[in-house]
Design a protein around this ligand. Structure first.
Ligand SMILES: [Zn+2]
Length: 300
């Protein structure tokens, strides 16, 4: 399915109440900017280390050996800007509304839990390829958060893949869930959790390191659920099912089973479908940040 067709179909499915509400100003829309000649900067082989496996889990085969990605050596060139279509504009408005919702909820929660001031992240919308503070990325990597520049990188293609390749139901709230998950990595960075995990991973072996990654990812799912809880006045019937369907589709066991035919729990970096759904629902039901200690559960 072409992406434009896909966007039209999700907007038709759309039931989350979002139109006419506040849109975040922290959106850097790079979709109209074409790129050509590959996606690495300035010549030479660029090795990209994406900190902490911040991927949502959008990659397919590459998913199994992530962290370090290598790209070719042609420079990024921004070509002439093209007009966005009406559908693309609508999609951007939807994403800006979801981001605004995360800002409202996280400002409130940071105050409520005495966590200091919430610093809002920027959301970069892109297609094909993008340059980030963590290196250059292609859309096939899926959405990700870069702790170095405090930006979420969201590509359109991933939402298409979520439905066509991963078998999720799709729908607007699935996209909101993915966004909330990436915002959760931003929260983990503001709170120092990501940095602690990163440090521990450097001191331990691969299997234990993967467990830490799973705990971090499941906590991000939990935070996404907490966000949904505090945003529930805008949700409608079916929204939570869409989020669960997305969480289910991107579990490590589901992805591995689908693409390699073999499921190896010691290589998991994001958690099983069941775990992802469990933690999202726990956050959604409780709405309580203190219930999200995935680390004691996963590491013991
Ligand atoms: Zn993640």
């Amino acid at each position: 399915m072409k992406i434009s067709t896909f966007i039209i179909s999700i907007l038709k499915l759309s039931n989350m109440k979002w139109e006419g509400r506040r849109q975040s100003k922290n959106v850097d829309d790079r979709r109209g900017m074409g790129t050509k000649g590959g996606i690495a900067a300035g010549g030479g082989l660029v090795v990209i280390i994406v900190l902490l496996l911040q991927f949502f889990g959008g990659e397919t085969g590459k998913q199994l050996a992530p962290i370090v990605e290598q790209f070719g050596n042609a420079p990024v060139q921004t070509t002439s800007q093209r007009e966005l279509t009406a559908e693309e504009k609508k999609y951007g408005e939807f994403m800006a509304t979801v981001l605004a919702d995360t800002e409202d909820v996280w400002h409130k929660l940071f105050k409520q839990y005495n966590l200091g001031t919430y610093k809002e992240p920027t959301m970069v919308l892109f297609t094909d390829a993008v340059r980030s503070g963590c290196g250059n990325a292609s859309a096939s990597m899926g959405p990700f958060y870069c702790p170095a520049d405090h930006k979420l990188y969201m590509d359109l293609a991933f939402f298409d893949e979520l439905v066509t390749r991963f078998g999720a139901k799709g729908g607007d709230f699935a996209m909101a869930y993915v966004t909330a998950h990436e915002v959760a990595h931003h929260v983990q960075t503001l709170l120092g959790t990501s940095q602690k995990v990163n440090q521990l991973q450097r001191q331990t072996n691969k299997v234990e390191g993967n467990k830490l990654s799973v705990a971090l990812e499941l906590q991000a799912d939990f935070y996404a659920g907490v966000w949904a809880h505090h945003n529930r006045k805008y949700l409608e019937e079916g929204d939570i099912e869409e989020a669960l369907s997305a969480a289910n589709a991107v579990g490590d066991d589901a992805i591995q089973g689908k693409f390699s035919g073999e499921v190896r729990p010691d290589t998991f970096t994001h958690g099983t479908s069941e775990q992802r759904m469990y933690w999202f629902m726990k956050g959604y039901k409780t709405g309580d940040l203190n219930q999200g200690d995935t680390f004691s559960e996963i590491l013991n």
